[in-house]
Design a protein around this ligand. Structure first.
Ligand SMILES: Nc1ncnc2c1ncn2[C@@H]1O[C@H](COP(=O)(O)OP(=O)(O)OP(=O)(O)O)[C@@H](O)[C@H]1O
Ligand SMILES: [Mg+2]
Length: 368
């Protein structure tokens, strides 16, 4: 538990949304297993993880449509729900945007956006117009959902969710129904709007790219637990285990056994401080960090302390992927296959001899 240090004249920051030790079991299995999160106003946190890891269940508990088995939900320092006390969903001031964001077909665009609003007719109309202007759809105010494209409907849904000024916005894969080009624009627009309104956002996604693009903080979830949490840069560059590396990109893995705090591999020795002798370790690195050198009369580049020892390899297959090329190598040492990516076009012929090195700083050593 983080403690807040009080300083004179500075009010300690209260999270807009805080969940503490949330647990939900189905048939005896904890699908959400002791999840805790704190989200500040204006902060976007992405709950990122593979299918079935418990993301939607977490969101449903916060929204109040699913009851937790234990744990607490706090909003602006006030208890909203524990196992005894419970504020009903409609009084939580939480906005929801889910994948199936269905607009009401029989209501006009204005009617849809005004749906959750209170106040006089004029006040409602003004707020509706303000939001439709922000999502650039003011000209459709008196139109109907069927007259709009998928992307336009999504923006109406966003305006509808934002209209009552929710303190918290829960979004469950809200952009997955959109095509790629449209999605980038709407994501960025959404983000700007949510920040302007100082809303705390919990966004669920299973796409690392989306999380990296949207999040101030990523909470990486697996089997009901948050395995790592932090700024996207930190989560990406300091993964906690092999699966966390592999979740964000392809991963190359070397297996080795530790002896004298060192792991011996085809790229030389890796430090494994504190790992007992005889422990098997995975040395994991991403394809974009593999360096490729041409063969110089049977030699590669000189070994260095930072890059280790070069290993001889034959090109197995090279493919152009658009923004990069993917080259698969068969390693001389043991016939294992390693992948490397190179920006732009790099398509060496099958069987070409090359030398690979991997900067030590780009390798992660994890006990298996
Ligand atoms: N009402 C329920 N009864 C029984 N099991 C459930 C129930 N709701 C969810 N589960 C199970 O809990 C697990 C987590 O489900 P959840 O919907 O939270 O996953 P998710 O991370 O949102 O996955 P996805 O990315 O596919 O949407 C799944 O194995 C699911 O089958
Ligand atoms: Mg889900």
């Amino acid at each position: 538990m983080q403690s807040e240090i009080e300083q004179p004249g500075i009010t300690p920051a209260v999270p807009r949304l805080e969940i503490r030790n949330l647990v939900r079991r189905f048939q005896g299995r904890a699908v959400v297993d002791n999840v805790s999160l704190r989200i500040m106003p204006g902060q976007v946190t992405c709950l990122l993880g593979p299918s079935g890891c418990g993301k939607s269940t977490t969101l449903r508990m916060i929204a109040g449509v699913e009851m937790q088995d234990s744990g607490e939900i706090w909003v602006d320092g006030k208890l909203v729900c524990d196992t005894v006390f419970r504020v009903p969903p409609e009084r939580r001031e939480i906005g929801l945007m889910f994948q199936d964001f269905a607009l009401f077909p029989h209501l006009s665009v204005a009617g849809n956006v005004a749906f959750g609003l209170r106040g006089s007719k004029e006040e409602k109309r003004a707020r509706v117009a303000e939001l439709l202007d922000k999502v650039d759809l003011l000209q459709f105010i008196d139109g109907y959902p069927h007259q709009l494209s998928g992307g336009e409907q999504q923006r109406v849904a966003l305006a509808r969710a934002l209209a009552p000024r929710p303190r918290i916005m829960l979004m469950d894969e809200p952009f997955s129904g959109l095509d790629n080009r449209l999605r980038d624009g709407i994501r960025d627009e959404t983000l700007t709007l949510l920040k302007e309104e100082d809303t705390a956002v919990l966004l669920v996604t299973h796409e690392p790219d989306e999380a990296m693009r949207m999040a101030d903080e990523i909470a990486l979830m697996r089997d009901g637990r948050i395995v790592q949490q932090g700024a996207p840069y930190n989560v990406y560059t300091r993964p906690v285990d092999r699966a966390s590396v592999a979740f964000f990109s392809d991963a190359n893995v070397l297996r080795a056994t530790v002896s004298g705090a060192l792991a011996q591999t085809l790229f030389g020795q890796f430090l494994a401080p504190g790992v007992p002798d005889g422990t098997d370790v995975d040395i994991v690195f991403r394809p974009q960090h593999v360096r490729i050198d041409f063969d110089r009369a049977g030699n590669g580049p000189r070994p260095t302390p930072t890059d280790g020892v070069p290993a001889r390899a034959l090109v197995k297959r090279a493919r152009f992927m658009g923004h990069e090329s993917l080259v698969e190598f068969c390693m001389d040492f043991d016939g294992s296959v390693l992948k490397a990516t190179v920006p732009n076009v790099f398509l060496p012929a099958e069987g070409t001899v090359m030398w690979l090195t991997v900067p030590r700083s780009r390798c992660f050593v994890f006990p298996t």
